[in-house]
Design a protein around this ligand. Structure first.
Ligand code: ZN
Length: 100
């Protein structure tokens, strides 16, 4: 009788840059909106966001806008322009995804 100790280390590994990992996507979604990511990365994020409803729900637009504003001008009053931009980005992503 010899049992193999397999199956214990299947989920090992630290994926530093995994576009399929919800946490990572949400971490980088601000950079995505702010166009700080390269094309491949932002494409991966966009695809994940439109395909993953939990992420879309967890992605708080208000929060994202505030964070962007804080980064840029040190205030926390989010101009409606920026908010529209964020919403527009998501809407555009959805359209693109449904056309693909
Ligand atoms: Zn997700």
């Amino acid at each position: 009788m010899s049992e193999k100790g397999e199956g214990m280390s299947e989920q090992a590994g630290t994926t530093a840059d995994d576009p399929d990992n919800c946490e990572h996507v949400l971490e980088r979604v601000y950079q995505f909106i702010d166009h700080e990511l390269d094309t491949a990365s932002s494409d991966a994020i966009r695809r994940h966001l439109v395909a993953c409803e939990p992420c879309l729900e967890r992605f708080d637009v208000e929060q994202a806008v505030k964070s962007l504003v804080r980064n840029r001008c040190g205030g926390d009053q989010a101009p409606s322009q920026l908010r529209d931009k964020v919403l527009g980005q998501l809407a555009a992503a959805k359209v693109q995804a449904s056309q693909a």
